[in-house]
Design a protein around this ligand. Sequence first.
Ligand code: CEZ
Length: 800
Amino acid sequence: MIRPTEDQQYYELTSPTELPKASGFLWNNQMMIHMNCRGYAVSQFMQPEPAKYSYAPNLEAKTFMQPEQPYYAHHPGRFLFIKDEESGYIFSAPYEPTRQLPEKYTFAAGKHDIRWTIEHWNLRIEMTLTLPKDGVAELWKIKVKNTGARKRKISLYPYFSVGYMSWMNQSGVYDEKLGAIVCSAITPYQKVQDYPAIKNLKDKTYLLAEKKPDAWEVSQEAFEGEGGIMRPSALESGLLACGDARYEMPTAAMQYRIQPEAGEELEYRFVFGPAKDEAEIADIRELYFGTEKESGAASTEDGFDAAARAYAAYVAEGRGCLTIDTPDKGLDNFVNQWLPRQVYYHGVTNRLSTDPQTRNYLQDHMGMSYIDPDTTRKAFLTALSQQRPDGSMPDGIVLYEGAELKYINQVPHTDHCVWLPVCLSTYLDETNDYALLGEEVAYAGADKTGTVFEHIDLAVQWLIGDRDERGLNYINQGDWCDPMNMVGHKGRGVSGWLTIATAYACRIWADMCEQYGRTEEAANYREQAEEINGAVNRHLWDGDWYARGITDDGVPFGISADEEGRIFINPQGWSLLSGAADAAKKEKLIRAVEEQLESPYGVEKLAPSYTAMREDVGRVTQKHPGSAENGAVYNHAAAFYIYALYAVGEKENAYRLLRKMLPGTDPADIKQRGQLPVFIPNYYRGAYRQFPRTAGRSSHLFNTGTVPWVYRCVIDGLFGVQGTPDGLRIAPQLPADWNEASAVRTFRGAEFRIAIRREAGVSETEVYLGGAAGGERIEGGIVRGVQAGESYDVTVKLPL
Ligand code: CEZ
């Protein structure tokens, strides 16, 4: 089996399976490689910190959620292996890891659960995943029905990946008393000061089974054997070996050997999740399953079903404020069912971060204005309590005691103050809660407090003050665009977009000041906006569109002279909002966007995508062309643009681009994007003109600032049902080929039923209160004196 060579220079192994981890290693001054007899390699080099050039197919660190995550054979999963005991045939549900195509397959992504139904080999398998409202756990229900005409002998093997938990300590056992596989680890650490936090972590992963399994396996290696994950060797024996894992990579696999009669259905339920210790797992068992049930006992509602029901109710609380009925059924489905859900998700989770980026935190809560405005109010107070006494905002908002600003939040960005008035204006539109402006809030690290009005005012002042002698806003190491980090890191570079956004911030803050009775401030901010717009037009207009910025060395970029990154979307749309662009400029820039940035999948963030590093622009130019900020259809930026189009009445362009945010309706489009229309991803691949093969592909990342803006596009723009201090303004901007549409809008506790149709003889939008016939026409289209609890019927007539 093993032997030295005759010349003693090598050691030989003659089987790839006897010592599967046998290896050799090589090194030089800069690198080492650990080469395994079966072909696996671990290699590392120094530059001078250790680095890799051949990687595992996943990101090795625990970091923020990434776009376009790769899946691979050993990717964590939840599977059910099924073996026909008579023939030995093996398949798995829902599909991985054995990859046998079932006769019937349905995956159903729901709002409060996810289901599969698989029919194969005269068996029908239903798998359902839901979560509890509180606590970290997956609640799984698996039903298996014998749909054939005769009794079957089968084995079911639920398999829940645990994986490589820790290099310090990892193990796993089946715990009889708990009826659970319990895997244990110690999160690796080295510093003594980390111990107090480490010792409180939930370092166990458990799989709790309602019914006692006939056998189990807890060692990943023992389970897979030579068959590998696609055909695990352990399934070849009658029963799993009931093995454990001792500083071996754990897994959670169980076996149920059953003999269902024709037509018989069996149900299994599992809870999978993390826990601190066995006592906690025992409590979880008690909570969901009560005392252990006789196998086969009928299930009435117990903790498990109650939790599922409570979770459904919780998700349902995230209902939006608008239900639409239009000729575009795909849009209706998304706006009515999924859009508010995605907005709500952001508002309640803060993207699972202890220190969300300030701009994300504020925009995510802008969206919550439509769903649960109380939480938006609280979020403003939280954010403002972290504002510095000079008016500037930190890069992230700390939400937990002891949390620190991490990753991107350690990089100084200059745009955070912009989002305060922008998001506040939506909150006020929706609630008219001007009382918020009078609340006292402390400043960070100072003995000073101020009203919310004073805080926001200071933020706007800070933006106005943070400009150079030309009147353009400094960018430092980034603005809205995180990775645009080298335009102004020397302290001189400016952001075109941010300057325009500052003008917009002044403009809308002026409106709020006016409404709050601060007419002097209002007039002053209007002047400021004009002055800034003037600077924008002097220094940033390139002839057909606005430049993105000017570097530390005084080089404008995002201009016609650039071969790559010639045009960026952000300054274009925002110049429509700020008022910088007059009618002639507006026409030119809309044409430039259409010609250079629009693709079948939406409008790209910049074009052409950079193919090489520009050291005076930064990291954004190093992202893969067409991915993320380097020229993807970055939906957040696209939504700003669409919002701006609605703001200036460009309804056809706006609707066309809005529609491109959703996959479909053409099957080829759905296939290219690769995603269900149950969320909007942060991007679709762009660089359509450079790389058409990959253009359109979804990032599948549902964390995105896009959704509150899309909701605003539909509410303020398409349906024009935006709140004002006086009431609800009704001014729909339906695309020309819609002859009618209707909507139900809930607003400040009232309900509006709105019917819109085109009519001959109508020359401008006419809004009537009361039924279609005999309603009273209302001036300015604003329904005033809205009473909570009331419902209003509104008819809108549009010109043909
Ligand atoms: O993150 C987003 C940010 O969460 O990118 C947006 C920015 O406005 C959001 O606040 C545009 O830059 O390279 C990076 O650091 C990236 O910028 C990402 O982190 C990016 C990701 O797409 C994650 O959502």
